[in-house]
Design a protein around this ligand. Structure first.
Ligand code: SF4
Ligand code: SF4
Length: 331
């Protein structure tokens, strides 16, 4: 990894990111997904607990002059009884909501709720998906002027050809961002360990594939980073680029996870990031939860999630970029 600093780019500075695993129930049972992520073994939080924590987040963001950006995932979050109310409530209060979904809800559900959704990450799961329906959902989302659509084709090595063929079809039929996501062992079970085996040719296909570049002129709170090279040059990348190119080992770096973002588990435990390396920093039930104000030192080999990757990081924690123990933004 050549770069020495990574800043959350786009509109990142205007938002606090809350990445929330709302429930572990799913209508699929993908072979590469741990039951912890799809079995429904954990009861989803009561709606009033959820709303009370969301109120606290809005108050905190207001005190900083920022807005909250919620990224909601599961399981399959659209199965939650009160999910529509939740996303409309956040939207109507000026927050942003993005969701991760397998696209299985009806076309009418998507038409009705797309105006409240700032972003949708549709995941293509080759063992269960209905390709035609998936393309129709993607078209509804791509046509919305206020919704970012990213499709992640989960590159199941057992069905590699099917995944490549679908990614190419989608690229032909829908103008949206598409990435081929390599699979990792440990998906949905306390941290990724190592990648599934891919041949060199498959690896090359995944690295080279790009969807469309779409700019809808709406905020970009997460997903873009600006990396600083040793010669002082800055290059804008996406978190997906870094993931696919395996530039995600920040061990020894100082990291603003927890300051710029938090993550929340199915049970309501709060961590700085999905690496969970420093243990929980609170729960959504705590009346006195405070966001961290100091960076952490990375000890985790794989920075697994786009939201975590985007938090500001610096290679040499003793440097001109540190002031009062905080990593300063470049520029
Ligand atoms: S990978 Fe996603 S869609 Fe597949 S079973 Fe797990 S949560 Fe459900
Ligand atoms: S693994 Fe955790 S501590 Fe390390 S860079 Fe990623 S978010 Fe930061």
């Amino acid at each position: 990894m050549e770069f020495i600093k990574l800043d959350n780019a786009g509109d990142g500075e205007k938002y606090i990111n809350i990445n929330w695993a709302l429930m572990n129930q799913c209508n699929y049972e993908c072979s590469y997904c741990h039951p912890d992520l799809n079995s429904g073994s954990i009861k989803a939080l009561e709606y009033d607990v959820l709303v009370s924590f969301i109120n606290r987040v809005f108050d905190y963001c207001e005190s900083l002059g920022r807005k909250p950006y919620f990224e909601l995932g599961g399981g399959e979050v659209t199965l939650l009884r009160w999910f529509k109310e939740l996303v409309w409530d956040i939207h109507n209060r000026g927050g942003l909501v993005s969701i991760i979904s397998n696209a299985s809800k009806s076309l009418n559900w998507w038409r009705e709720n797309v105006p409240a959704l700032h972003g949708v990450y549709l995941s293509y799961h080759s063992e269960y998906v209905d390709d035609d329906k998936f393309v129709d959902v993607a078209k509804i989302l791509a046509d919305s002027p206020t919704t970012n659509l990213t499709v992640n084709v989960m590159m199941n090595p057992q069905r590699f050809e099917q995944c490549v063929s679908f990614a190419n079809r989608l690229k032909n039929e829908v103008v949206c961002e598409i990435s081929m996501q390599p699979l990792y062992h440990g998906f949905g079970h306390g941290g990724l360990t190592k990648r599934y085996e891919y041949t060199d040719i498959q690896d090359e296909i995944m690295k080279k594939f790009r969807g469309h570049s779409v700019n809808k002129n709406i905020p970009k709170p997460r997903g873009l980073v600006s990396v600083e090279m040793p010669n002082g040059e800055f290059i804008e990348r996406s978190s997906f680029d870094l993931l696919v190119e395996q530039e995600i080992n920040f061990v020894g770096w100082s990291c603003n996870a927890g300051i710029e973002n938090i993550v929340i588990t199915f049970k309501g435990d709060i961590y700085r990031a999905w690496c969970m390396q420093d243990g929980p920093i609170g729960t959504v039930f705590d009346k006195d939860f405070d966001f961290p104000i100091e960076p952490t030192l990375c000890k985790t080999k794989i920075c697994q999630c786009g939201a975590d990757i985007c938090s500001t990081k610096i290679k040499n924690p003793i440097s001109r970029h540190i002031e009062n123990n905080i990593i300063m933004k470049t520029g």
